[in-house]
Structure formats: structure tokens, C-alpha cells
Write a new protein. Structure first.
Length: 640
């Protein structure tokens, strides 16, 4: 509706302007003719003012000047044409009045045009600015509306001019409009935040400045209103305040102590050292302990949370320590590392140290600090402080318990070692006894059978050497020494192990079947240890079947080559293992026999793993057991 009215006003103004442009030349001609060719005694030339006023609004300053000088020229021509060079005094007076009227009118029109140019220039400047600027009457009617206002609010100049600004923008004031107007009229200026509604319906927060213009006494005052959009800044400020509240809540409720420091003075002092020529800061700090102490004094504690107050036995923040010099022990050494880390621009520093609380008690803590990057302010740097007094106490208790446990384990290990040695040398000792008894029997014959006696004594000697080797190898195994290895043929290894238990198996009436299919297989191994591992597997199988009363017990040993490994299987038809026992069979001191020590299979696994091999069980309850040893084959066997 308002836009249509404005368009109609513009159309009427254009018609009136065209009429004035058409009528003005006619009036000038009529006035010239009347002044020149009629005997009127009045100052007819004064009427040149009428067309001058009619054209003054549309012409430039230069054209207006040409126009009124031209009118003066026409009046002069009429005077000379009618009265010659000697006009009467009355005629000359009327001429002077006419020229004066034309000149004064022309001067006023030129002045008005110049003032208008100034206003147009000022209005153009108002259009250039990004702020929304408009002028209005005291009752709110919009008189001027710049492009910044168009961009900010969405209404064009034609739509806004003539409307009430408070109604158009749905203004919300921080206080009553009456109070704002009173302040404006009393001081000529008011400034504050106002909420405005734009054309799209969204609301904006603007910083508004109102200036009262009362320079023209004859005209009503005008209010210049300049509005800057601060919606985004206001939202950011609100978010920042909310973030600060969240930070403060977290700061005060964390279960760890937080100290806030100002590292600005320290940064300046370290920079001064560098500028003075100090290159090796660590050496300088060691040689100048007074600087280290001064540096502690340079770091004020600006804020702490409640946990830090409790930690340091302080009731109020106002009573907290003022600098690090008050809480660090004199001989505190990690502070030098802290100074170097800060000087080098590291992003993070953590150390374990001690601080002195209000009672002078040393409290062990872990302190962690994230340093600001170089070039950033260092006036609010937080240190996270964790009290580790309880952890220290638990650590001491744990260390004491550990020492006692290690002492007990060492004592138990001596017993276990004795048992394991006895377990491992049992077979060679039994072989020695059997061979020695056989030698005595051969000697008691008449005549003595010296050849058989020699063989029996040779067996005694071999068994003795084997027992000695077993003890030596077990000791090295327990001490985790590297095995003494050699190239060993897999089939020979299995056959030698069976010979060591041959007598025991014969006494128990357990036959052994042997399938040796690894004729070309060689491994790098400690022969004695692997022999004893196989002896343990065979002996365990025999003892398990005897204890279970297995009918027709049988043991089978197989060797084969598979996937780059030598595989040695010891198979029996005894009671086997249930799933739980199969999982724990290789654990030390675990045995399925009531009187078993539970060391044989554990030592067997340690031996095999020391040779980079594996040992496994395949079994089921009552279905016998198969224990498999897998050893990596030599890539270049002898004779290859």
C-alpha cells in the first residue's frame, strides 16, 4: 500500500516538473514583452523571479547563474530600449529594485543548491557505510533510509520512508522508550542495545546510537539513528560466557588439583638469557642455582581449584601460596627440566616431584602442564596436579610383599630344582644300577664272562655321562642359558631316547613300536636335553598306563617330516587326558597321578621351546594320548 502511494507521488512530481519546464520560458517571454513594449510604470522586471524560482530546483548551479544573469540582461535591455541612456530617477529606481530582486533570488537558489549538494554528498556517504542508518522524527516517522538499512533489515527505501520505525522493526528496548527519549533530549545522544525484527521475521541484536539534531530552530528536531549488527558477536559472547561457566565448574569440581600460573615473567627472563649469549641453558642453570630459585619466584599462582586447596591444606583461595618458590623443596631437581622444556617450546611437560603443604609436609605429586605455543600469551597456564601419596604407600607395600614373595619363591625354587634334578637323573641312575648289577652277575660266573662285563660297565659309564649331562643341562635351562647345540639326526635322537628307557619298559612289560620316517631330517639341538624330553614323554606314558591298570599297554614312537619340521610323536593307549587336564598338562606341578611331581612335561615344554619348537597333546578321556614335538628342520642338512 505504501509502495503504491510512493509511486503515485513520484508520478505527480514528474508531471509538475514537466509543466514548470514548459511554463517558465513562456513567462520569461511575457515578462520581457510587458517590460519592453508597454508603458507600465511598475517594476515589471521583478516578476523574472517567478520563472527563476520555478526552474531553480531542476537546473545546475552554473545554469541558474546564467539564467539570472540573462534575466538581468533582459531587464537592462528593456530599460535602454524604453528610456535610452538618460532614464528618469523613478524608472532607474524600479530597475534597481528588479535587478536586486533577481540577484537575491538567484543567490538564494545557488546557496540552496550548494547546500543540497552537500546533503546529497552526505547521504551518499551514509549509503556507503555498512551500518544501518536512518533519520526519523521524534514520533518515529522514517525520513531517510540508507542502503545499509536496506541490506540489514530487508525493506527498500521506498518501503521504509514514511513508516514508523518502531512499528516497522518491532523494536525491543533495554528500558522504556520514554526513559530513552528523556535521556536523548537531555544529552543529545543515547547509545544501547536494541532488538529489531528484519523483513524475514528473524530478530537481530543491534548496537544503536541515537543523535538529536535541533540545529534548525524553525524546524522540528530530527533523530539520526545508526545501528550496527552485533547478533553474531552477541551469540559468540553468550557462548563464551557459557563456556567459561562450564570451564569454571569443571575447574572447581575435578578430583585432581589445578593451579593456574602466569608464565609471562619467566618467558621474558629466559628470553633475556638467550639474548645475553647463553646457549647451553642446562649448564647455565646448574652453575647458577640462584637463577633457578628466582625463576620459581617469577611464576605466580593466579588461581587454584578446591582440590588443590585440600591438597595443600589451605582453606581459602585468598590464603593460597603466591608463587612456586613457596611450595617447592629447596633441592627440587625436576624444576630445571621444566625450565628447559618451557624454553625449548615443547608442548607438554610431565614430572613426578614433591610440594610442601601449609604444614610443611612433603606431598608426592605428578604434575602435567600443557605449554602455550611460542607467540601466544602465557598468562593463564594450567598445571594438573595429582596426589600420589596413597599410590606411593601402596607401591611401598607392594615392593615389600614382592620382596617377601621373591624370597619365598627362591626358597621354593631351590626345592623345585632339587626335585627336578632328582626327577631327571632318575632314569640314568636306574640304568646305572641295572648295568652294575648285570656286571656283578657276569663277574660271579665261573669262569667270569669278561666281554659281557665290559659291555655292562660301558653302559654304566654312558649312563653316568648322561646323568652328568642332564644335571648340567637342567641347571642351564633353569638359569635360561643358551643351549649347547649341534646337528642332530631326528631318527637317531628318537632311538637313543628309547634305549635309555628300554630297561624300565621291559620291567613294566610295556612293548614299544617304533616307526622312524625321518631319515633325512636333521635339527640344530642340544642332544641331551631333547633326549631327556623324549624320555620324559615315554616315562609319563608308561607311568600313566601302569597307574590306570591299562590292559595290554603299548607305546609307539613315530618320526616324520612335515612342512619344514621334524615331528616326533609318542603315542599310548592309556587313560588319556580330559579337556581341562590337556590344557594344564604342561603347567609346572600339575599332575594327573596322585604322587606325581608335575615337572616332567613342564621341563619338556621348556626344552622344546628353547629349540624354537612346540609340543602339543591330542587326547580324549579313555582314548589314549598322542604327544607331538615339532622342531624346525635345518635348511642345509649335512651332506646336502
Amino acid at each position: 500500500m505504501n509502495s503504491v502511494q510512493n509511486d503515485q507521488n513520484l508520478s505527480v512530481a514528474a508531471v509538475l516538473r514537466r509543466l514548470r519546464l514548459m511554463i517558465s520560458p513562456v513567462l520569461i517571454l511575457i515578462i520581457f514583452l510587458l517590460d519592453t513594449f508597454t508603458p507600465l510604470i511598475s517594476a515589471v522586471a521583478v516578476f523574472y523571479v517567478v520563472p527563476l524560482l520555478m526552474l531553480g530546483d531542476f537546473l545546475s548551479i552554473r545554469r541558474v547563474q546564467l539564467l539570472f544573469f540573462g534575466m538581468i540582461g533582459l531587464a537592462t535591455f528593456s530599460l535602454l530600449f524604453d528610456h535610452g541612456l538618460n532614464p528618469e530617477f523613478a524608472t532607474l529606481l524600479r530597475y534597481c529594485v528588479s535587478v536586486a530582486a533577481i540577484s537575491i533570488t538567484g543567490f538564494l537558489i545557488v546557496k540552496t543548491l550548494r547546500d543540497r549538494q552537500t546533503l546529497v554528498g552526505q547521504a551518499a556517504l551514509l549509503d556507503v557505510t555498512h551500518d544501518a542508518i536512518f533519520t526519523r522524527s521524534p514520533d518515529g516517522q522514517i525520513l531517510f533510509w540508507n542502503r545499509g538499512a536496506e541490506r540489514l533489515y530487508g525493506w527498500s527505501r521506498q518501503e521504509a520512508v514514511g513508516r514508523n520505525s518502531h512499528e516497522l522493526l518491532q523494536s525491543r528496548f533495554p528500558t522504556s522508550l520514554e526513559a530513552i527519549n528523556d535521556h536523548l533530549h537531555a544529552n543529545g545522544l543515547w547509545e544501547g542495545e536494541i532488538s529489531h525484527q528484519c523483513r524475514g521475521g528473524g530478530r537481530l541484536i543491534v548496537l544503536s546510537r541515537w543523535t538529536l539534531d535541533e540545529h534548525d530552530p524553525g524546524k522540528p528536531p530530527v533523530i539520526l539513528e545508526s545501528n550496527t549488527d552485533i547478533t553474531a558477536g552477541k551469540a559468540a559472547d553468550t557462548a563464551l560466557r557459557a563456556s567459561e561457566v562450564r570451564y569454571r565448574n569443571i575447574f572447581n569440581t575435578l578430583a585432581v588439583g589445578i593451579w593456574e600460573h602466569d608464565f609471562g615473567p619467566l618467558r621474558a627472563a629466559l628470553k633475556g638469557l638467550r639474548e645475553s649469549g647463553v646457549e647451553d641453558l642446562h649448564a647455565y642453570l646448574l652453575q647458577h642455582p640462584e637463577f633457578v630459585r628466582d625463576a620459581q619466584q617469577m611464576i605466580p599462582i593466579t588461581d587454584v581449584n578446591d582440590t588443590a586447596l585440600t591438597l595443600m591444606d589451605v582453606e581459602r583461595k585468598e590464603d593460597f601460596f603466591h608463587s612456586l618458590a613457596e611450595i617447592l623443596p629447596p633441592a627440587e631437581g625436576s624444576f630445571i627440566d621444566f625450565l628447559i622444556a618451557f624454553d625449548e617450546g615443547r608442548g607438554y611437560y610431565q614430572a613426578e616431584t614433591e610440594v610442601l603443604n601449609r604444614r610443611g609436609e612433603a606431598i608426592p605429586i605428578i604434575v602435567a602442564i600443557t605449554f602455550p605455543p611460542p607467540g601466544h600469551e602465557a598468562d593463564r597456564v594450567q598445571a594438573v596436579v595429582l596426589n600420589i601419596t596413597e599410590r606411593r604407600r601402596l607401591q611401598l607395600a607392594f615392593d615389600h610383599a614382592k620382596q617377601e614373595a621373591e624370597h619365598a619363591l627362591r626358597a621354593a625354587a631351590m626345592g623345585e630344582l632339587s626335585v627336578s634334578i632328582a626327577h631327571e637323573v632318575n632314569q640314568p641312575l636306574a640304568a646305572i644300577m641295572t648295568s652294575a648289577e648285570a656286571a656283578l652277575r657276569w663277574m660271579d660266573r665261573s669262569p667270569p664272562d669278561l666281554e659281557e662285563t665290559r659291555e655292562a660297565l660301558a653302559d654304566v659309564l654312558n649312563a653316568t655321562r648322561h646323568a652328568t649331562g642332564v644335571v648340567k643341562r637342567v641347571r642351564k635351562l633353569v638359569s635360561r642359558a643358551k643351549p649347547e647345540t649341534e646337528v642332530v639326526a631326528v631318527n637317531a635322537l628318537a632311538a637313543e631316547a628309547l634305549r635309555l628307557v628300554r630297561d624300565d619298559l621291559e620291567r613294566l612289560n610295556i612293548p614299544v613300536r617304533v616307526t622312524l620316517s625321518a631319515a633325512d631330517g636333521h635339527v640344530q639341538a642340544d642332544r641331551v636335553l631333547l633326549q631327556q624330553a623324549l624320555v620324559n614323554l615315554v616315562t609319563n606314558a608308561a607311568q600313566a598306563m601302569t597307574a590306570a591298570g591299562t590292559p595290554a599297554p603299548t607305546i609307539e614312537m613315530r618320526t616324520c617330516l612335515k612342512d619344514g619340521h621334524a615331528v616326533i610323536d609318542v603315542i599310548d593307549n592309556g587313560p588319556g587326558f580330559d579337556p581341562d587336564s590337556a590344557q594344564r598338562a604342561f603347567d609346572a606341578f600339575f599332575s594327573t597321578r596322585p604322587n606325581g611331581m608335575g615337572l616332567g612335561l613342564a621341563i619338556c615344554r621348556s626344552t622344546v621351546e628353547a629349540h624354537e619348537g612346540t609340543v602339543s597333546i591330542v587326547s580324549g578321556p579313555g582314548a589314549g594320548a598322542r604327544l607331538s614335538i615339532r622342531l624346525p628342520l635345518l635348511s642345509d642338512p649335512p651332506g646336502a
